[in-house]
Every structure is written in C-alpha cells, then in structure tokens.
Design a protein around this ligand. Structure first.
Ligand SMILES: NC(=O)c1ccc[n+]([C@@H]2O[C@H](COP(=O)([O-])OP(=O)(O)OC[C@H]3O[C@@H](n4cnc5c(N)ncnc54)[C@H](OP(=O)(O)O)[C@@H]3O)[C@@H](O)[C@H]2O)c1
Length: 301
C-alpha cells in the first residue's frame, strides 16, 4: 500500500501543531503542512494531491482543513470540494479550532443521558464556532434548542443559519444578561427550567451560568461545560468531570443530572479526531464535517 500522505491546509500563517501531532498519532506517514492557505491558493495544492496517484493509491492521499478562523477554513473546505471532479478526489475533513470534533463529542456525551429526539436543550455561548455546531447537531437529532447569546441578534443569526441547513430545526434565540451573579430571568429562565440538556460553549475562562441558575435546571439530565479555563463556564462543574452525578446541586432534580467538563469531553474529542483522520484514508470519497464526526463519535466512545 502507498504511504499515507496528509496535506494539512491551514488558514493561519503557522499551521496548527496540535492538528499535526494528532495526524502523526493517527498513523499518517508523511505530513505536508501549509499555512496561510486561502481558497485560491488551495487549488494548486489540491491538484498536487489529486493528480499524483491513481487507482487504489489515491485513497492514501488525504486533506485536513483547519485553522483558528472558522469561516476562512469553511471557505477552503468548500473550495477543496469544488476542485475535485468525478472520481478524481481524495478524502477530506474539516476541523477548524477543533470545533467539529469538540461539538460532536459534546453531543455524544449528552446522548448517553438524554433521548435527544425527545429533548429540549439550551446552548449557552451558542454563537461561537463550537456552540453553533452543537446547535446544528442537536437540531438534526430532533432536539428543540434554545440558542443563548449576550446579543439576541447573534443568536437569531445562528438560528437562521442552522434552519437553512436543517429544515426541521426547532430553534429559539434567547438573550443572556452576561451577569452570572444573578438568577437568569425571563425566557432564558423558562428555557433552563424546561431543558433536559444544558451545554456551555462560551469563550475560555468565561462563566456563563452561576450556581443559582444551575439550581433552576430542574429537569436537566446532563450538563456539558466545554470551557477548561477557570472559572468554570457552569459554576460547580469541574473540567475533569466525566459523568459525575450532581446529587445536591439541583433541588428536586430526580434522578440527579450528570456533569461533563472540558477534559471529560476532551477524551471523546481526541478519539473522534484520530478516527476521523484514519477514515479519510479509507476511501477517496470520504468527506467529514461535524455530522460525520458525530457518527464517528457514536462508534468510538
Ligand atoms: N475540550 C476541548 O477539546 C475543546 C476544543 C475546542 C474548544 N473548546 C472550548 O470550547 C469553548 C467554545 O469554543 P469557541 O471557539 O466556540 O469559543 P469562543 O468563540 O471564544 O466563544 C464562544 C462564545 O462565548 C461568548 N463570550 C465570549 N466572551 C464572553 C464574555 N466575556 N462573557 C460572556 N460570553 C462571552 C460569545 O458569545 P456572545 O458574544 O454571542 O454572547 C462567543 O460567541 C471554549 O471554552 C473553548 O476553549 C474545548
């Protein structure tokens, strides 16, 4: 079999070392790292990957698209797919800033404790790259999702974008006050009281819900906090939590909900990331976005 060659196309000036190391750990033989990639400059790089090998050997070349600018990476991902034609294509995956693998992992752990097709969820920090993917994946599962942001117009923009991709999506934009020292109010409080699943996808080191707010989540089955940097995104949920039962935190919550922190989710995320890299070498038609990573997550976790 031909050696496995991965083209790492990264929108940042310096391609991610994290993604490079995961690629090596996933068994890539030769890693070609390109930084500062744009949709235009991606075309000759993709041609180089498409036209060098034929037959079965073509599947031993694949492309990883990443970078910290999610919109820029998405534009490269689209261009890569437009550059392929007929059977002349190679496996490709998109994971800018780990957003797809992290969102998939969050939904995988939530699904262990809630029937997502029958559930209601609130995604705090729903306007960020990870949050909006969590919203999209939950919506595809049939979950009704409250999308929370400090700006209702940003939350509405996410709802609109996700609805354009998921026709059956049941979404509601909701504004947060940004002040976690007080009890949430209004529609946010109602949504938290009804939620089976609460995901915090806020920026690193930002608290999105205080302990008073958490205590209002009386129907909750599972909390997922993706922020690893103190203070916790959801007060009281530790980064290392991986299914810890919250026995005293929420009065009347029976059976008690469970909690996952960033490191608890991170193990699943890493498994998804490594398996996704392996899968783009299984077929030259493999094309992995968040939905395909969720499928991978269901099998590897
Ligand atoms: N465990 C893992 O493996 C892993 C991997 C990747 C990322 N992550 C974590 O996942 C989380 C989400 O990542 P991301 O890249 O999507 O985050 P992000 O873009 O940095 O932030 C997400 C949202 O947080 C809100 N926010 C920002 N600053 C805030 C503040 N001061 N107060 C309240 N809200 C604030 C913003 O929403 P609004 O302005 O609309 O309110 C923003 O859209 C991060 O904590 C990141 O570290 C974890």
């Amino acid at each position: 079999m031909a050696r496995r060659v991965l083209l790492q196309l990264d929108a940042d000036p310096q391609p991610s070392t994290f993604d490079a190391i995961v690629a090596v750990d996933a068994g890539v033989d030769v890693l070609l790292r390109h930084g500062g990639v744009t949709p235009e400059s991606a075309v000759p790089l993709v041609h180089g990957g498409m036209f060098t090998r034929g037959g079965k050997d073509l599947a031993s070349t694949a492309i990883f698209v990443g970078g910290s600018d999610v919109l820029a990476a998405e534009a490269i991902f689209r261009q890569v797919q437009k550059t392929f034609f007929g059977p002349v294509r190679v496996g490709v995956m998109l994971d800018p800033s780990g957003a797809n693998t992290t969102a998939a992992a969050a939904v995988v752990v939530a699904a262990r404790h809630a029937d997502l097709g029958q559930s209601k969820a609130v995604v705090l920090g729903g306007s960020g790259p990870v949050g909006r993917r969590v919203v999209r994946l939950l919506a595809r599962e049939g979950c009704a999702v409250g999308v929370a942001s400090r700006s209702v117009s940003r939350a509405e923009a996410v709802c609109e974008a996700v609805s354009a991709e998921v026709a059956e999506a049941q979404l509601q934009a909701v504004e947060t006050s940004g002040d976690t020292g007080i009890l949430p109010r209004g529609r946010l409080l109602e949504l938290l009281r009804e939620a089976d699943v609460v995901v915090a996808a806020g920026a690193a080191g930002v608290r999105l819900l205080g302990s008073h707010g958490l205590a209002e989540c009386r129907r909750a089955r599972v909390f997922v906090d993706l922020n690893a940097v103190p203070p916790e995104g959801l007060e009281g949920i530790q980064a290392s939590d991986a299914g810890r039962v919250l026995s005293a935190e929420i009065p009347g919550n029976e059976p008690p909900a469970v909690a996952y922190g960033a490191l608890g989710v991170g193990g699943v995320k890493m498994k998804i990331h490594r398996e996704a890299v392996q899968q783009i070498f299984t077929s030259n038609s493999a094309c992995l976005d968040a939905e395909e990573m969720l499928e991978i997550g269901r099998t590897v976790s």
